[in-house]
Design a protein around this ligand. Structure first.
Ligand SMILES: [Zn+2]
Length: 265
């Protein structure tokens, strides 16, 4: 029985390799932009069963089995909602890979490629930060989104491959529980609250979490650069809102693509 499920070895095994090349988005990735003023955003918290700490239960065998089942439920959900990534779920669950749904957008002026269903949520975060005056609490240097390869080990799959995750300034917001150079960052020597070990302010984390994003700074891994959209994509915007901007012409979109930003990782 155990052989039928991926070997989930627990949080400690799920470490990312410290260095890898970011795959630049395909040239033909279309844009998806919204007019922030016209966005009608709802708030929601991340869905519990999608949070990775729900999958690694300590204690009784029952708890461990339950955790694995939750992981499988999360894989099925992500495959059906966001695309089939090889090795996780089944091709029959979704005719397309996540890259099929990838769109280019901006977050505080920085270009990013994400799943089209996650983009409205990110735009709502930007709108909320701007309107509350909390935007000034942090200035972004660089961001990364969709990846085409899995950077997790130990049978897990990164939400970056589904286009659901965003990394913000990996040089200032490190991952003290990760392998390699990440954990050697000077900030990792600081004790106490995780906010002592990251540049990101609580105001930003709270705002992300109010729009369905989970912050991996709360995870034992302390991947503080990383937010992932674990909300319900159907509950991001008020139903009657039609706020999407028309796509730019093919020509101008391609011009922008040439100088695509890459993540620091
Ligand atoms: Zn990340």
């Amino acid at each position: 029985m155990g052989l039928a499920t991926p070997a989930l070895a627990g949080p400690k095994a799920a470490r990312r390799s410290p260095k890898f090349n970011h795959v630049s988005p395909a040239r033909e990735t279309r844009e998806l932009e919204f007019d922030l003023d016209k966005l009608s955003c709802l708030t929601q918290r991340p869905q519990e069963f999608l949070i990775r700490s729900s999958w690694f239960k300590r204690g009784s065998a029952d708890e461990i089995v339950k955790g694995r089942a939750t992981f499988q439920r999360a894989v099925t959900y992500r495959t059906e909602q966001y695309g089939y990534f090889r090795g996780f779920g089944k091709p029959a669950m979704n005719a397309h890979a996540p890259g099929h749904y990838a769109r280019k957008t901006t977050f505080f002026g920085h270009s990013i490629v994400l799943h089209e269903k996650a983009i409205p949520a990110l735009k709502c975060v930007e709108k909320a930060l701007r309107e509350s005056g909390k935007a000034k609490d942090y200035k972004i240097g660089g961001i990364g989104g969709l990846r085409f390869h899995n950077t997790y080990h130990g049978g897990e799959v990164s939400n970056h491959v589904y286009g659901l995750a965003i990394d913000i300034d990996s040089d200032r917001n490190t991952c003290c529980g990760c392998v390699g150079n990440w954990s050697k960052h000077p900030l990792c020597r600081r004790k106490g609250s995780v906010f002592n070990r990251t540049a990101l302010p609580p105001t930003w984390v709270d705002t992300f979490e109010n729009h369905g994003f989970y912050w991996l700074g709360h995870d034992p891994m302390e991947d503080t650069m990383h937010f992932e959209f674990l909300g319900d994509p159907d509950k991001v915007l008020a139903k009657d809102a039609k706020t999407e901007k028309p796509e730019k012409s093919e020509k101008s979109a391609k011009t922008d693509d040439g100088a695509e930003a890459t993540t620091e990782e």
